[in-house]
Design a protein around this ligand. Structure first.
Ligand SMILES: CCCCCCCC/C=C\CCCCCCCC(=O)SCCNC(=O)CCNC(=O)[C@H](O)C(C)(C)COP(=O)(O)OP(=O)(O)OC[C@H]1O[C@@H](n2cnc3c(N)ncnc32)[C@H](O)[C@@H]1OP(=O)(O)O
Length: 221
């Protein structure tokens, strides 16, 4: 079930994903450098001019993908989202989190940077909630019950440090009709048993009519 927007179909999926990943990596390096630079204002104006030219080059090279179209490098519904702000290898916002199945659910590994900062040196609480939400969504997918979040509660036990490898764990704890109950934690990777943030959520699987209404561009094959 996928309706990819077609770009360069002659290139293999792997090579298109590799190109998206290469650009994403450089965008993240630029973002981190730009947010942490101590360069003087004239250097920043100079860089802004260069970046404006680069943006014009990209927009002139090809039309943009309409909002809501599934990128041809993605799997939807599925676990590959190349431009996700959490797991997207092509996203300048994503850490990005690498997700694998394990420990009775799913495990994500990442390191946050200054783009994710809340209190100085620590993660923004909203970003920690986003990490949990995403991993919980993947736990639902891994359990064969993809759905949307209807409620998420978080408890912040300790600040989440930037620049430190993190481990996010999520698992389905119960299902009740279309509702899927999920729990998760964010910990330092070197101390996975100490939760810095923990959360509980309810996801709801979509009935087919609702799925068609919400995602009209996604056809069943
Ligand atoms: C083509 C297939 C698509 C599959 C879907 C895959 C999507 C996943 C995509 C990519 C995964 C990657 C990972 C991503 C992770 C991040 C996830 C997000 O960020 S999701 C964005 C934020 N969430 C929203 O925007 C939802 C907004 N809410 C809604 O649109 C509706 O509530 C919806 C469609 C989810 C359900 O609406 P209704 O009309 O179909 O269902 P009703 O009848 O209202 O509820 C069904 C059952 O759920 C309970 N329920 C509904 N809302 C609840 C709530 N807030 N808390 C507890 N239970 C709730 C109800 O009480 C009912 O239970 P009773 O059958 O009566 O026992």
């Amino acid at each position: 079930m996928n309706a990819p927007s077609s770009t360069a179909p002659e290139l293999s999926l792997a090579s298109r994903r590799a190109a998206v990943t290469a650009l994403g990596r450089e965008l993240r390096a630029l973002t981190e450098a730009a947010l942490a630079t101590t360069a003087p204002p004239e250097a920043l104006h100079d860089l802004a001019d260069t970046l404006r030219d680069l943006t014009a080059r990209l927009t002139e090279a090809a039309p943009r993908r309409p909002l809501g179209d599934v990128p041809d490098v993605d799997e939807f519904p599925g676990a590959v989202r190349m431009f996700s702000p959490v797991i997207g290898e092509g996203s300048p916002l994503a850490p990005p989190v690498r997700v694998t199945q394990g420990d009775g659910g799913v495990v994500g590994l990442c390191t946050l940077g200054v783009a994710h900062e809340g209190p100085p040196g620590y993660a923004h609480g909203g970003f920690s909630a986003m990490l949990l939400d995403e991993l919980m969504g993947h736990a639902c997918i891994a359990a064969g019950r993809p759905g949307m979040t209807t409620g998420l509660t978080t408890r912040y036990h300790r600040p989440v440090p930037l620049g430190t490898p993190l481990r996010i764990h999520a698992r389905v704890t119960d299902t009740d009709g279309r509702k899927v109950h999920v729990s998760g934690t964010v910990s330092a990777a070197h101390d996975p048993d100490t939760a810095l943030v923990s959360g509980e959520a309810v996801f709801v699987t979509l009935d087919p009519a609702r799925a068609r209404a919400l995602f009209p561009q996604v056809r069943g094959d």
